[in-house]
Design a binder for this molecule. Structure first.
Ligand SMILES: Nc1ncnc2c1ncn2[C@@H]1O[C@H](COP(=O)(O)OP(=O)(O)OP(=O)(O)O)[C@@H](O)[C@H]1O
Length: 258
């Protein structure tokens, strides 16, 4: 199982004082799979990404990537190994151009040099719809472009696994749909994707499997509409949670209000 998985989290536990963000959590992602993660605020979703990327060390348990135990491997080495991530708040080099931002990631993350790095960076800008903005300083980008650049910077590192942390947050509906198309295309190209998102209908469009986290553990795992229909998910996440944009969720609210 571990050998076949792209990513395998084996019984990881992480506590911040009294707050448990992961409780003996086990989860696998297959090569080329697109997995969506939902869960209430503070469920431990971003902390999970931090433990996968190496920004945070679990108290116990192990992180495996492509059959190799990486629990003690530092973040930059995990990036080189093929784990690329975005951050909830985009962090580009504001004074560098869009192209230069991705080029830095190609150099540092993918270890590419010279023309190879240049070509790779341009390809990434094409794939993320940023080619026309290549010479624009990152600090001048609107939100959608900043989100796209965040994805482009992660792709610049040449990942096998792409971790997307709330990249649809704050976007308009047409912008969300544009982003979904980018993610679907990346998945079609064979990239493994794990996407944390509160804009649930975007996830439903883009992923084949969904996991709901609550209290540091997986409370549902399976086909997206099945997970969203799970009574535990409805109670712990959708009940008082954010807008999902899903028709049946609106129906449910109407029924409750009737
Ligand atoms: N470095 C830290 N030190 C102390 N507490 C932390 C730290 N990082 C996260 N936490 C706490 O852990 C809990 C889980 O945070 P996390 O950001 O992982 O949740 P989340 O599911 O991503 O939430 P959201 O959906 O709001 O982004 C929160 O209560 C948070 O305050």
């Amino acid at each position: 199982m571990t050998e076949q998985a792209l990513l395998h989290l084996d019984g990881i536990t992480k506590r911040f004082g009294r707050v448990t963000v992961a409780k003996d959590l086990t989860l696998s992602v297959r090569p080329g799979e697109a997995l969506g993660i939902v869960g209430p605020n503070g469920a431990g979703k971003s902390s999970l990404f931090a433990m996968i990327s190496g920004d945070l060390r679990p108290d116990s348990g192990a992180v495996w990537f492509q059959g190799r135990k990486v629990t003690d491997v530092p973040p930059h080495a995990r990036t080189r190994a093929g784990i690329g991530r975005t951050y909830q708040v985009p962090r580009p080099f504001e004074h560098l151009t869009v192209f230069e931002n991705v080029l830095v990631c190609a150099h540092q993350g993918a270890a590419l040099k010279g023309r190879q790095a240049w070509t790779h960076a341009m390809e990434v800008l094409e794939r993320t719809g940023l080619a026309e903005l290549a010479n624009t300083p990152a600090g001048r980008l609107a939100l959608l472009q900043r989100k796209r650049l965040e994805v482009a910077r992660a792709l610049g590192t040449g990942p096998r696994l792409l971790l997307l942390d709330e990249v649809a947050g704050g976007l308009t509906e047409p912008e969300v749909l544009e982003l979904v198309e980018v993610v679907k295309q990346l998945h079609a190209e064979g990239l493994g994707i794990v996407w944390i998102e509160h804009v649930v209908h975007a996830l439903v469009e883009a992923v084949g499997r969904m996991v709901c986290l609550a209290g540091g553990d997986v409370i549902a795992d399976g086909e997206p509409m099945g997970v969203l229909a799970d009574p535990k998910v409805r109670e712990l996440y959708l009940g008082g949670g954010p807008e999902t944009g899903l028709a049946d969720e609106e129906d449910r609210t109407d029924e409750e209000g009737a």
